[in-house]
Each structure stands twice: as structure tokens, then as C-alpha cells.
Design a protein around this ligand. Structure first.
Ligand code: M6R
Length: 609
């Protein structure tokens, strides 16, 4: 997704900006650009493709400047070409801007700018209108011009602007797109995301909606939308910068798979006392508040929505509140029945997923309270929620989500237990039982990881397959869906997940000799049913690898191959079984020579609709 970096100071702006943009590479991008202000001149360079191409373009000393802005773009409006890359420059060459988000009324603005002012557009982007608007309002104060331009823009934006005619400062504004600023020894910094600044400062200002920020070489000043100065405090970011690097693994994805035991332990840490009672101070809701809740909607996208599917029956079991799982992109448009008695539970690793942000806004407009499970501290979803439960996966860099998923499930289980204890629907003994089982989970995940050699062998046997199906029942349907998503996003193999009981309602027509299936059978109460489904597929000559719990004797009589996860309770199995599928997808992707950490067409956080 797009990234913004700005710098004003005594160091080299191009170096600081490129270093920040490099730190944001993991989010995915398809073009990059930089605008530098040097000796009364605006120097703009942009390239499609990788950052290295841009770096090569600005290598010379003529690009040494004290101030500038940079951008990595992930194409939405218009192809990933040099023309469409940011920064965009105004018609008169005075202003350069970078933008994350979408200007919804750009067509109207474009028509107005063309007809009234004769401005010729050089890109297909919505963002270009911003540069022209600012230039039209620009007399001698860039902040005033940005303020006026923002009043004309509808949509979501984090915009940073520079001009050689107001050469000492970067002016930025945000609405519904992340923006942060900070100071380091060599100057002032601005970025769309925390990792871009981590190397230089850990104390940042989180810019709020409609705020304008002015960054100079020795100050960060924040103003409201009328340019009245605000007094804001900094937030300390306690991420370990080293944790954001690969730590010796070939890919972030592999590193993050290995970090799951730690992520789970961290998610449990400080939330359980010695007696296995919960200490969830993060969730400050009262029994009365909870008793008033008559329905929970889980809203999330992709992997996070699969965590929701695993969490749903567990919340229902322990808290005895009906739960529906909705994709955020569907929920926000389908006129959901949401009242002040609804609790919306948003799940998001990044906390910046546009569809999920809009889903919670919709829910709030309708009077619901929002609880979110988020991994990134201070992210938009965290800030807009009434209650936040942080999963403690640590920074997840690979596009394919792994440790965020397993820690989201653990978070949902803790929330389910907490709700159940508050409402009196779960006994201390049952709560303790699940807590103890969760505490065993890191060791079980570790065991699957240790079986990597076998998983790699299995990947070798099957990596040339062009189609792979995944089936399961109960919580194993969610595991099948997550397994299928992991496989398709990083290997590009056509894959498909379905509840095994649904096969006979249509999909079974696809089963012929050697059609390849993973059958997940970890849920004891559905075991017999799953066995029949496996028989059903085998009778049609499908090739089947079954994923079961250790000790299983019957599946191996039917399936072609069996992978056993360590024996564990049904509720724990989804957290353990998915690790097998993460590793399988990883090794298949590697054998196929894929770009594992940055698969094509994908970005780490989807901040556009
Ligand atoms: O940051 P979020 O959890 O809100 O992201 C939601 C999805 O975009 C994300 O889970 C996506 O499906 C994964 N990258 C897939 O591995």
C-alpha cells in the first residue's frame, strides 16, 4: 500500500526519505518518487517498479537537499506508471504533493480545474487534483493553501506538500489515513507509518483527523483545521527495530511462522494470574454493559475474518451471546441490524484496513459499541474503538498473515472467557481449563514447526499441482479457508475451501481421479462425519492428505497420506493445525520460486476500498 515519508533538517533529505520508504517496502508498492527542495528549486523524480530505480536516479550531489517528501505507490486510480507515481506537481510547478487515500470527488474537481483554470492533467490519478488545488490557493503561506484545498476534498487522505516558495517546511494534513510526525537529532520527520521513523525516533505524534502538521528542521507543530495551534503529547513506540528485520530467516514469513509460540505467550502474558484467573484490564466493560448486548457482529477481512470464524463458536459457548461473522466489505453496505445493544468486534492486524474502519464507523453511527482486536498500537481502528484488545504478535511484515492469525484466535478466546466470567456463563473451573490449554499451545505449535522436514517433503511431492481443495467441518472449515488463502496468495495455485458436508450439494461433481484434497479432521465431535466425507471423496478416486490429531488410527486406512498435529483439545486444534498449512504453503511457494513476502498484486494493509 502507499507510503509517505517527509524530512526537513540538517541531514540529507533524499537519504532519510529513501531509508523511510525502504522501511515501508513490506507494505507493497509498484512505483516510487521523491520531491526535494534545493536552493529555491523543486526537484522531482519518479520511477515505476522498485525503489532501487529511484535511488539510482537521485544518486548525484545535485540531489543533496535539506527538505523533501517521498512516496511509494500501490496503484488504485491509474496504472503503475511513472506519470501516475507521486509526487504530483501543480500546473505552475510551485507545489509538489504526496497522497495516501482516495479523493472521492476528484472527477468534479478535475472538471472544475480544467474548465475554469485551463489546467491540463498529466496523470490518471485522483491525487493530482490536490497539487493543483493547493497551488491555486497558494499565495505565500503553504499551510493556509493546504487548509483551503482540504476544504474542497472529500474522501480519505494523508497529504504532504512542499514548495520552493515556502522552502523551510513540509505541510501535511490527514483525514482517515494514517499520518505521524516526530523529531530526531538531524531534523523533523513525517510518515504514514511507524516503521518508517523507527530508525530515527521512537517518540511520535499521532496526527488525528483534520489536523494539519508543519514539520521544520527543528519543530513539529500541530494545528486544527482552522490553523489554531494544538498542544499534543508524543506517543512512545516500544517496538524493537530489530524485530522488524528478518532475523536470519530467508523470508519474513518464515520468521513470523517461527515467532508464533512467542506471540501466543505474549498475548497471554499479564492477562492471566497464577490462579489462571483472567486479568483483562484492557476490557473495561461492566457486567451491566455486557448484559445489555444481545448480539455480536465480528467484522474483519481475509485472514482476520477466518480468526473470527474460529472465535464465533467459542464466544457463543462461553459468553452465551449470539455471534455473526461478517466480512467488513459486506457489512458496511448491507444495512445491518445494529442497535445500541449490538457489540461490533473488529479484528485487524494492521488496524488500518479501510473496509474494517468503515464497518466500525457504520456500526457506531447506528449506536453500537466497538471492541477491536488489533495488532498495531495506535492504529486507526484502535483509536476509533470503544475498547481495544491488543494481540501481541509483534510487527508482521510478510504480506501473508501468520502470527497475527494465531494470536487473534488466542485473543478472541480470552475475550470469550472474560465475557463469560463477567456474565456468569462460565465457571472458574472451565475458564481455568481453557486458559491452561492455551498456555500449552506455544509448545504444540513448536512441535509442528519442528516437523518442517516432513512438511517440506510433502510440499515437494505436491508443488506442481494446479488445483488444491481443502475441506473440514466445524472449526476446521475456518482452518481450511485460511489454508486455502495462504496457498493461493503466495503460490498462486488455484485453491478452494469448502465445508465437507457441502461437497454433496454440488462440488462433488468436480471430484475425479487424482483431484487433490487436504481433509482437516481435528474436531472430535465431527470426526465420524469427516470420516464419511473422506470415504465419499476416496470412492471417487480423489487423492487425499488428511490432517488429524496424533493417535488417530482410522484415517490412515483411507487417506493417501496423513499429517498428525500434536494431540490437543478441539478448541486448540485450529491454532496448531494452521501452522502445518502455513509451512506447506511457504515451501510450495519457495519451490515455485514465488516472491513469498510480497506476492503479486497484494499489499500488507489494504487502506483503500
Ligand atoms: O490488517 P488486517 O488484519 O485488517 O488485514 C486484513 C486482510 O487484508 C489480511 O488478513 C489478508 O487477508 C492477509 N494478508 C492474508 O494473508
Amino acid at each position: 500500500m502507499c507510503g509517505i515519508v517527509g524530512y526537513a533538517g540538517s541531514g540529507s533529505a533524499k537519504e532519510m526519505i529513501l531509508s523511510g520508504l525502504n522501511a515501508l517496502k513490506y507494505r507493497g508498492y509498484d512505483s516510487a518518487g521523491i520531491a526535494l527542495v534545493r536552493k529555491g528549486k523543486l526537484l522531482v523524480r519518479k520511477e515505476s517498479g522498485k525503489l532501487e530505480a529511484l535511488e539510482a536516479k537521485v544518486g548525484g550531489a545535485e540531489f543533496d537537499a535539506p527538505l523533501g517528501i517521498g512516496h511509494t505507490r500501490w496503484a488504485t486510480h491509474g496504472a503503475p506508471t511513472r506519470e501516475n507515481a507521486h509526487p504530483h506537481v501543480s500546473f505552475d510547478g510551485r507545489v509538489a504533493i504526496v497522497h495516501n487515500g482516495i479523493i472521492e470527488n476528484f472527477m468534479e474537481l478535475k472538471a472544475e480545474l480544467a474548465q475554469k483554470h485551463g489546467i491540463r492533467f498529466v496523470s490518471e490519478t485522483d491525487s493530482e487534483v490536490i497539487a493543483h488545488l493547493i497551488a491555486l490557493y497558494f499565495e505565500d503561506d503553504l499551510a493556509e493553501a493546504v487548509r483551503k484545498a482540504a476544504k474542497r476534498m472529500h474522501g480519505a487522505y494523508a497529504v504532504a506538500a512542499v514548495s520552493a516558495d515556502d522552502a523551510e517546511r513540509i505541510v501535511a494534513i490527514r483525514k482517515d489515513a494514517p499520518l505521524i510526525a516526530g523529531l530526531c537529532g538531524e531534523g523533523g520527520l513525517l510518515a504514514s507509518d511507524i516503521p518508517a521513523l523507527l530508525k530515527y525516533t521512537r517518540d511520535v505524534y499521532l496526527i488525528e483527523n483534520d489536523e494539519i502538521v508543519i514539520v521544520t528542521k527543528d519543530s513539529v507543530q500541530i494545528f486544527d483545521e482552522e490553523l489554531t495551534r494544538l498542544n499534543r503529547t508524543k506517543t512512545h513506540i516500544d517496538w524493537d527495530a530489530v524485530a522488524a528485520e528478518r532475523g536470519g530467516y530467508e523470508h519474513f514469513m518464515m520468521k513470523e511462522i517461527h515467532e508464533q509460540p512467542t506471540g501466543i505467550k505474549e498475548t497471554l502474558r499479564h492477562r492471566v494470574d497464577a490462579k489462571k484467573e483472567l486479568l483483562l484490564d484492557d476490557l473495561a466493560f461492566t457486567k451491566e454493559e455486557l448484559d445489555a448486548v444481545d448480539r455480536i457482529y465480528i467484522v474483519a477481512c481475509g485472514t482476520a475474518s477466518h480468526a473470527g470464524l474460529v472465535g464465533k463458536p467459542v464466544i457463543e459457548k462461553y459468553a452465551r451471546i449470539p455471534v455473526e461473522v461478517d466480512l467488513s466489505s459486506e457489512f458496511r453496505y448491507r444495512n445491518p441490524i445494529v442497535t445500541e445493544h449490538t457489540l461490533v468486534l473488529a479484528i485487524s492486524q494492521s488496524g488500518e484496513t479501510s473496509d474494517t474502519i468503515e464497518a466500525i464507523r457504520e456500526a457506531k453511527r447506528r449506536g453500537a459499541k466497538v471492541l477491536s482486536v488489533v495488532n498495531v498500537k495506535g492504529s486507526s481502528i484502535a483509536r476509533e474503538s470503544d475498547h481495544v484488545f491488543y494481540s501481541a504478535a509483534g510487527p508482521e511484515i510478510a504480506v501473508a498473515s501468520t502470527k497475527a492469525y494465531t494470536t487473534q484466535i488466542v485473543s478472541l478466546y480470552l475475550i470469550a472467557l472474560h465475557m463469560g466470567r463477567l456474565r456468569g456463563t462460565v465457571s472458574a473451573a472451565d475458564c481455568k481449563k481453557l486458559v491452561e490449554a492455551l498456555e500449552q499451545t506455544p509448545a504444540l505449535v513448536e512441535k509442528v514447526i519442528k516437523d518442517e522436514k516432513r512438511i517440506r517433503k510433502l510440499a515437494k511431492e505436491h508443488y506442481k499441482k494446479e488445483k488444491i481443495f481443502f475441506v473440514g467441518r466445524g472449526a476446521d472449515v475456518a482452518t481450511a479457508q485460511e489454508a486455502s488463502l495462504k496457498l493461493k496468495e503466495i503460490t498462486y495455485i488455484n485453491s478452494f475451501a469448502i465445508a465437507a458436508g457441502e461437497l454433496k450439494h454440488g462440488t462433488i461433481a468436480l471430484i475425479t481421479r487424482n483431484v487433490f484434497f487436504f481433509a482437516v479432521a481435528t474436531q472430535s465431535y465431527l470426526y465420524e462425519k469427516m470420516l464419511s466425507n473422506i470415504e465419499e471423496m476416496k470412492a471417487r478416486k480423489a487423492e487425499i492428505v488428511a490432517v488429524v490429531k496424533e493417535g488417530d488410527k482410522r484415517v490412515k486406512e483411507i487417506a493417501d497420506e496423513v499429517f498428525a498435529i500434536p494431540d490437543c483439545g478441539d478448541e486448540i486444534a485450529p491454532i496448531v493445525a494452521v501452522v502445518f498449512f502455513q509451512l506447506f504453503a511457504y515451501h510450495v511457494a519457495k519451490l515455485r520460486g514465488r516472491d513469498i513476502d510480497q506476492p503479486r498484486n497484494l499489499a500488507k494493509s489494504v487502506t483503500v476500498e
